[in-house]
Design a protein around this ligand. Structure first.
Ligand code: NAI
Ligand code: OAA
Length: 265
C-alpha cells in the first residue's frame, strides 16, 4: 500500500522519515508542505525523497495522513475521502467539528482511521463503550509552552507567562475543549470518538510550569470496568505542543493495516 503525508512538521517529518527507512511496511509516495524549500532541505537525506505535491493530489495514495494545522484540514481531508481512501487525521479536533466528513466517507467507501496519538488506552475505552458507560474524563497537564497560542486563552484573557503553580485553565466537554484548544487537545477529540461522544466526555486542562511532560490521564467508569491511565509524553523539540509519541502512534496504526499479526485493537 502507498502512503502520502500532508505536512512536514513535528509529526509529518518524523513519520515520513520512518516510512522512508522502510518501517511500517508501506511505501511513501508523496508529501505536501507549505514551505517548499524548507521541506526539500528536510527530505534531502531520505533514501528516496518523496515528491512534493499539492494537497488534493495526495488522494492518489491508498492512505492519506493529515499532519497539518487544523486550519488546513479540509484541503486534504475532502479529496482523500471523496476518492475513497484510508484517511488518517492527526488534527482529530477538526474531524470532531466535521461530522459531514464521516457521512461523505460512508458514501464513497473511504475509511477514517483515528490514531491513539499522544493518548493511551483507546482500545479499552472502545471496548467499555460497547456496554453502558457512566463517565469518561480526561485531565491534560502541559507546560505553559504546550498551551501557548490557544484561542480559549485569548478569548478569556488568560495569561500563562509567569505562572508558578499548576493552574486549571479549562473545564468543560470535549467539543468545547477541541474548539478552544485546536492545537493542544486532539487527544480529547480522539477520546470522545472512542467512547461516549464529545458532549458527555469531560475535559480539564492544566498549565503546569513545574512539569516538562505532556501528561494525559483518562478515567472511565463503565458497567464492565473502571479504569484510569496516565501517559507522560515527552514534548517534541520541533513543536512543544506535540508529544514525540504521536508520529510513532501513527506509524504503529499504519503498520496495523498491513501486519499479519495485529495486537490490541
Ligand atoms: N492526535 C494527536 O494525539 C495529536 C495531534 N496533533 C495535531 O497534529 C497536527 C500536526 O501537528 P504538528 O506536526 O506538531 O504541527 P507542526 O506545526 O509541527 O507541523 C505542521 C506542518 O504543516 C505545514 N502546513 C501548514 N499548512 C500547510 C498546507 N496548506 N499545506 C501543506 N503543509 C502545511 C506546516 O508548514 C508545518 O510544517 C496539529 O493539528 C496538531 O494539533 C498534535 C499532537 C498530538
Ligand atoms: O501531544 C500531546 O500531548 C497532545 C496534543 O498535543 C494534542 O492532543 O493535540
Amino acid at each position: 500500500m502507498t502512503v502520502a503525508v500532508a505536512g512536514v512538521g513535528a509529526i509529518g517529518l518524523e513519520l515520513a522519515r520512518r516510512l522512508d527507512a522502510g518501517d511500517g511496511g508501506l511505501r511513501l509516495v508523496a508529501v505536501s508542505a507549505r514551505d517548499r524549500a524548507k521541506a526539500e532541505a528536510a527530505l534531502a537525506g531520505f533514501r528516496a525523497p518523496p515528491p512534493l505535491r499539492p494537497l488534493a493530489a495526495l488522494a492518489e495514495a491508498d492512505i492519506v495522513v493529515e499532519a497539518m494545522p487544523a486550519a488546513a484540514f479540509d484541503a486534504v481531508a475532502e479529496p482523500a475521502v471523496a476518492a475513497g481512501r484510508i484517511f488518517v487525521p492527526a488534527s482529530v479536533g477538526a474531524l470532531l467539528a466535521r461530522p459531514g466528513l464521516i457521512q461523505a466517507a460512508r458514501a464513497s467507501g473511504a475509511r477514517i482511521l483515528v490514531p491513539t496519538g499522544a493518548l493511551l488506552g483507546l482500545d479499552a475505552v472502545r471496548a467499555a463503550a460497547e456496554g453502558p458507560v457512566e463517565s469518561v474524563t480526561l485531565e491534560t497537564r502541559k507546560p505553559p509552552a504546550g498551551l501557548a497560542g490557544a484561542p480559549y486563552l485569548r478569548e478569556h484573557g488568560i495569561r500563562l507567562e509567569g505562572l508558578e503553580a499548576p493552574t486549571r485553565i479549562f473545564a468543560g466537554n470535549a467539543l468545547e475543549a477541541a474548539r478552544g484548544f485546536p492545537a493542544n487537545v486532539n487527544v480529547a477529540a480522539a477520546l470522545a470518538l472512542a467512547g461516549i461522544g464529545p458532549e458527555r466526555t469531560q475535559v480539564e486542562i492544566w498549565a503546569d510550569p513545574t512539569s516538562t511532560r505532556n501528561t494525559h490521564t483518562i478515567r472511565v467508569e463503565a458497567e464492565a470496568a473502571r479504569f484510569s491511565m496516565t501517559i507522560e509524553g515527552v514534548p517534541s523539540a520541533a513543536n512543544p505542543r506535540t508529544g514525540r509519541l504521536t508520529p510513532l502512534s501513527i506509524l504503529a496504526a499504519l503498520r496495523g493495516l498491513v501486519a499479519t499479526l495485529k495486537v490490541g485493537s
